[in-house]
Design a protein around this ligand. Structure first.
Ligand SMILES: NC(=O)C1=CN([C@@H]2O[C@H](COP(=O)(O)OP(=O)(O)OC[C@H]3O[C@@H](n4cnc5c(N)ncnc54)[C@H](O)[C@@H]3O)[C@@H](O)[C@H]2O)C=CC1
Ligand SMILES: O=C(O)[C@@H]1CCC=N1
Length: 266
């Protein structure tokens, strides 16, 4: 696959690392305004670093856009004359809806919106995907790419804003939970390194129980909560302090912020 990542910042670089580690490329063009931060990716076979988006577009078939929302429109305009039948446009840009992309480059283009997360760097991204009418013909291609780099789900575009919060921002939310459990483990007597080890692998185990068994989280909780025991005592105290409620309210606030990002683009 001849892939270009237009805007190799935090997310773009994570995608690049995932693609390289999984041998998922024939060639990979990485573009960025300042290439210094990509030095560690220099020198790999078939990887090209450039500030020239047009060069990347000409030499690639799959174009993954990972720039800030405010920069996307101008970049689309710059590369529009170079787009041909061979190109599949994959946008990871938050809040930039397909009708707006079609307005810039035309509804005849194969347009996919993908919402991955930074765990794509280690092949563990939960990526949601949707497309325009033309892009439906290439959704399977997008699924194939993102399934190599984790797990993917095709959704209607109307759910993309929610997917951004749950999956993309979700990495930060889960990190904070892991950090908080690490802090608790330190208070309970472990040194910092051990505390993080306990927190990381316990959260991995919890997620894997659900992935492997397909159970509801409460079924797994019932297996752990001994009557009159320490687990239910801790859980109830967390809920008295608003654990579930604060997570839900935070995610709804995050969702509402995306509506403002969209308005800022108009
Ligand atoms: N960071 C994340 O976890 C996620 C980000 N996103 C979306 O991905 C996009 C990028 O986010 P980040 O990587 O966090 O931002 P970032 O600011 O780290 O990366 C953007 C990159 O684009 C480059 N850039 C700017 N103008 C350019 C141009 N004309 N040509 C080529 N490169 C250019 C910048 O130099 C920068 O390296 C945003 O739209 C964001 O909403 C989506 C999902 C997850
Ligand atoms: O925080 C943000 O706005 C972007 C979108 C999801 C992850 N990072």
């Amino acid at each position: 696959m001849k892939i270009a990542i237009i805007g190799t910042g935090n997310l773009g670089k994570s995608i690049a690392k995932g693609l390289i580690t999984n041998n998922a490329i024939t060639s990979l063009y990485l573009t960025k305004r300042n290439l210094e931060e990509l030095e560690d990716l220099d020198g790999y076979k078939n990887i090209f670093l450039t500030t020239d988006n047009q060069e990347a577009v000409k030499n690639s078939d799959i174009l993954i856009f990972a720039v800030q929302p405010a920069h996307f429109e101008k970049i689309l305009n710059d590369i529009k004359p170079l787009l041909t039948e061979k190109h599949t446009i994959v946008s990871t840009i938050t809040g930039f809806v397909i009708p707006k992309i079609e307005e810039e480059i035309g509804a005849d283009k194969f347009i996919i919106r993908a919402m991955p997360n930074t765990a794509i760097a280690v092949g563990k991204s939960m990526t949601c995907i949707c497309s325009n009418t033309q892009g439906k013909k290439r959704v399977q291609l997008a699924e194939a790419i993102f399934n190599r780099l984790g797990h993917s789900l095709v959704i209607p575009e109307a759910q993309m804003q929610a997917a951004t919060v749950v999956c993309a921002s979700g990495i930060a939310f889960w990190m904070r939970l892991i950090r908080a459990t690490t802090q608790a483990a330190i208070q309970l007597g472990f040194d910092a390194k051990e505390a993080q080890e306990l927190a990381m692998f316990t959260s991995e185990g919890a997620a894997n129980l659900l992935i492997t068994n397909g159970n509801h989280p409460e079924e797994e909780i019932d297996r752990v909560t001994t009557p009159k025991g320490c687990t239910i005592t801790g859980l109830n105290e967390m809920e008295h302090k608003g654990l579930s409620s604060s997570l839900i309210q935070g995610m709804v606030a995050s969702f509402n912020k995306i509506s403002n990002i969209k308005k800022e683009q108009i």
